[in-house]
Design a protein around this ligand. Structure first.
Ligand code: ADP
Ligand code: MG
Length: 641
């Protein structure tokens, strides 16, 4: 053992995180207490967990707790715990590198977004141990790992290096001595510490004791005593009536919810053959360290108050992985493994109940706070759509939670909200309407002005405007909602609920353009399945629609880009028999049978329709040349008229 302290440099990234944390969080420096208390609580959780298999770790000392005391003359604040402790190597690694989760994710995000985003980013991440430097000119961490006899002290002024040296520590655990800077001097006052701990750490399930001076008897001498300043009962085990909203909100941070506020939560106890308690949160915004791939933290699982897994994705439906919270079961064994979680009937029951609670919570929130729910939906709706597409059992309930734009709510339309739900759509369906109409495309603006909507709009049908690729899959998977068929406006056999008169007019118009339809079929050959007279168009001359089982153009393109084999898609060209252009081409065709000009017009009509439904043209240059020719002729004749 060397007696002179060894000096080691911080990993370069640590120095960076430290600097950013200290600069960005100066005005909220009290967060250091929450962070250090949270680390102490984690260390106690770990000890309790390890002691399941190795009870000797408790080594006769089963006091699990956290103590805080200030020394006014030395200007220090000390926070100690009887948790798992750290070995020399752990001190070096845990406090000298960014190997741990929070800081690493923070740095990755910072590299992506630039340092200017540091203040808002740091607010989103757990800033962790380094927040100690918000209030300290130097920090000494002395720790004795459970089961070890030796102890080590880590010291640093938070600049570029730290020292490590052997030390004495009477009991298992960690003691952190903060040498308070001027900015931290306020935390020498016990009332200030008590106030912050109560507000931000009351949910901690271990006693937090503060050293205070009291007189045992009136007029007697002042004595130092330990006073418990938190409830010391895990938040989710306390009766709901005793918990304030502030406490629920503070606890959200503890379960990986970031620094933002939760949108809503559900706190419950399930009783019966399988008993467990749970506290689940819906986040209000997507934390920066949140990814869609399912690797992020899920629910914390406790068994008989012992934390077993930090990220227990197994106990909720896969689509519900944006939910944060804790579950505490008395029925699972303490040595539960991930394999067991997948197989055991207890775990299956829990998963079922949890998924039900999550759906209840989503429904309640959507009803009670509709506007906030819509904001939430923009951040997390993708998960609900995934569920509606994959989770057969809960499909109906999930479908009700989806929100879409529609022709009634999109720009210019008068509506309280820009979003509509399927139940809302159904509630305002037109008399006699039997289907729910929707249109999928890849751009909101293009979808809203698509010619496919013309007939539907004219007849007063609402059409849902879907702009994400997954929407198409969801709707095709659902097929029906509330007994109504979901019908894509891109499909050929749209039932537009025409009146008898309309049908008669249509039949006549169709007969009148019959020769043109035949001619177009011949010209377009293999490019279309057929050419028909359209009943849906009012303003546009033509549009392409999908035959039975046809893929919308944007999906076709997406699949091809992803390298998937897609059979060639043939479309049906619908032409508008009452459009002046169509009438004129028909007249020209009658006047000049077999005319080359008719071919040109029909091909341009087809290309235009292909562009409008989101396809790319085989030969865009030829299309441009033709349009230029046609425009030239039109301009010349306008000029000479
Ligand atoms: P996080 O808590 O997100 O992992 P922190 O910066 O808060 O990040 O802490 C870094 C690491 O240091 C922790 O993961 C833990 O391994 C270790 N650590 C911090 N405080 C303690 C403590 N009181 N007892 C034991 N280990 C600790
Ligand atoms: Mg921490």
């Amino acid at each position: 053992m060397s007696s002179t302290p060894e000096v080691l440099p911080f990993q370069a990234e640590v120095a960076q995180v430290l600097r950013l944390v200290v600069h960005s969080l100066y005005s909220q420096r009290e967060v250091f207490l929450r962070e250090l208390v949270s680390n102490a609580s984690d260390a106690l959780d770990k000890l309790r967990f390890c002691a399941i298999t190795d009870p000797s770790l408790l080594a006769g000392d089963d006091r699990l707790g956290i103590r805080i005391h200030a020394d006014e003359s030395a200007k220090t604040l000390t926070i100690s715990d009887t948790g798992i402790g750290m070995s020399r190597d752990e001190l070096v690694k845990n406090l000298g590198t960014v190997a741990h989760s929070g800081s690493k994710a923070l740095l990755e995000e910072l590299t992506k977004r630039g340092e200017g985003s540091a203040p808002s980013l740091i607010g989103q991440f757990g800033v962790g141990f380094y927040s100690a430097f918000l209030v300290s000119s130097s920090v000494a961490v002395t720790s004795r790992a459970a089961g070890a006899t030796e102890a080590w002290t880590w010291t640093s002024d938070g600049q570029s290096s730290f020292t490590i040296e052997p030390a004495e520590h009477a009991e298992r655990g960690t003691t952190i001595v903060l040498h308070l800077s001027e900015a931290g001097a306020e935390f020498l006052a016990p009332w200030r510490v008590r106030e912050v701990v109560r507000r931000s750490s009351n949910y901690i399930g271990y006693p937090i004791e503060l050293e205070v001076e009291k007189r045992a008897t009136e007029g007697g001498p002042l004595e130092k005593v330990w006073e418990r300043i938190n409830e010391a009962k895990a938040l989710w085990q306390r009766p709901k009536a005793t918990i304030s909203n502030e406490e629920y909100e503070a606890f959200f941070h503890e379960v990986g919810g970031g620094n933002g506020k939760p949108l809503a939560w559900s706190h419950f106890k399930v009783e019966g053959t399988t008993e467990f308690a749970g506290l689940l949160y819906l986040p209000s915004e997507r934390p920066y360290d949140f990814s869609f791939d399912g690797k992020q933290r899920g629910l914390k699982l406790f068994v008989k108050r012992v934390l077993i897994f930090d990220d227990c994705a197994e106990l909720g439906a896969p689509w519900a992985r944006f939910v944060r919270g804790v579950l505490d079961s008395d029925d699972l064994p303490l040595n539960v493994s991930r394999e067991l979680l997948q197989d055991s009937s207890v775990a299956r029951t829990i998963k079922k109940q949890v998924t039900k609670k999550i759906l209840d919570l989503l429904e309640e929130t959507a009803t009670a706070k509709p506007r906030e729910y819509e904001v939430f939906f923009q951040a997390f709706g993708g998960f609900l759509k995934e569920g509606a597409a994959n989770d057969f059992e809960h499909r109906e309930r999930l479908a009700k939670l989806l929100r879409y734009r529609s022709t009634f709510t999109s720009e210019g339309a008068e509506s309280a909200s820009p979003w509509v739900s399927l139940p809302e759509y159904v509630s305002r369906m037109r008399d006699g309407q039997t289907a729910i109409f929707y249109l999928v495309g890849d751009k909101a603006s293009a979808v809203a002005s698509s010619p496919h909507l013309e007939g539907l709009k004219k007849r007063g049908f609402e059409v849902l405007l879907l702009t994400e690729p997954v929407d198409g899959f969801v709707f095709e998977g659902l097929r029906t909602f509330d007994g109504k068929e979901l019908v894509s406006a891109l499909h050929a056999d749209l039932d537009l609920d025409a009146t008898e008169d309309e049908q008669k007019a249509y039949d006549e118009a169709e007969a009148s353009v019959k020769p043109l339809l035949d001619r177009a079929t011949e010209i377009l050959g293999g490019k279309v399945e057929s050419v028909t007279a359209s009943q849906r168009l009012t303003d546009s001359p033509a549009c392409l629609v999908l035959g039975e089982g046809g893929l919308p153009a944007h999906l076709e393109r997406m699949l091809r880009e992803a390298g998937q084999p897609v059979p060639p898609q043939t479309r049906i060209l619908e032409v508008n028999p009452s459009h002046p252009l169509v009438k004129a081409i028909q007249a020209l065709d009658a006047k000049e049978p077999g005319s080359e000009r008719v071919r040109e017009f029909i091909e341009v009509l087809f290309d235009q329709a292909a562009l409008q439904q989101g396809a790319t043209l085989d030969d865009p240059n030829r299309f441009a040349r033709r349009v230029t020719d046609l425009l030239t002729k039109a301009a010349e004749s306008a000029a000479s008229a």
